[in-house]
Design a protein around this ligand. Sequence first.
Ligand SMILES: O=C(CO)[C@@H](O)[C@H](O)COP(=O)(O)O
Length: 232
Amino acid sequence: MILEELRKRVYAANVSLPEYGLVKFTWGNVSAIDRELGYVVIKPSGVEYHNLRPDNMVITDLEGKVIEGELNPSSDLMTHSELYKAYPEIGGVVHTHSTEAVGWAQAGRDIPFYGTTHADYFYGGIPVARSLTAGEIHSDYERKTGTVIIETLRERGSSYKVVPGVLVRHHGPFTWGKTPEEAVYHSVVLEEVARMARLTEQLNPKAEEAPTYLLDKHYLRKHGSAAYYGQK
Ligand SMILES: O=C(CO)[C@@H](O)[C@H](O)COP(=O)(O)O
């Protein structure tokens, strides 16, 4: 069985999703990529987390061909694949239907930058990508879901290195990171800042976003200037 170690890590990252309260039933998936082989290790589709094992993770190439595995890969595989192709420095992708983030995605709103918890991991608001057109949905749904994520960051002038997650309208959040573990971390942070932002607006409907100099201070303090200039 190939990629034994990466299988174990992807398995552990997937079973951490319900532990962090990010998923119900099978509403989420984690993958990782081995850049040398060009292979993706991903959660099998429709399998409950308590039935996951390292040996039932599915290995595919970036075009979706199953290299190793008895089960079908997650239905979101081609979205993960598009992100791996577009973002060469990521090593892991997570998709969930976490409740707070889905609320903002269904409302069609970016998650505003209201405070320092947000600033430590996301340089600016967390964008919501446009809905897919009927043609996109019928032609190549999962791949186009990746496309609108990539398009959104490009249109906002944001680097994937400093905004490691996007909401897909009417769907939910996708996050990424250098590793599957970091991608999960960003999913947890995104869900928490989504909840904080909702509470902020409930407590003060006229709440204003935090100033950019606070964003700079916190983001740079944690990630250093190189990551910050990835924004350019
Ligand atoms: O967005 C969806 C379905 O709406 C998917 O993300 C599922 O929630 C998980 O699918 P599998 O990974 O089990 O194929």
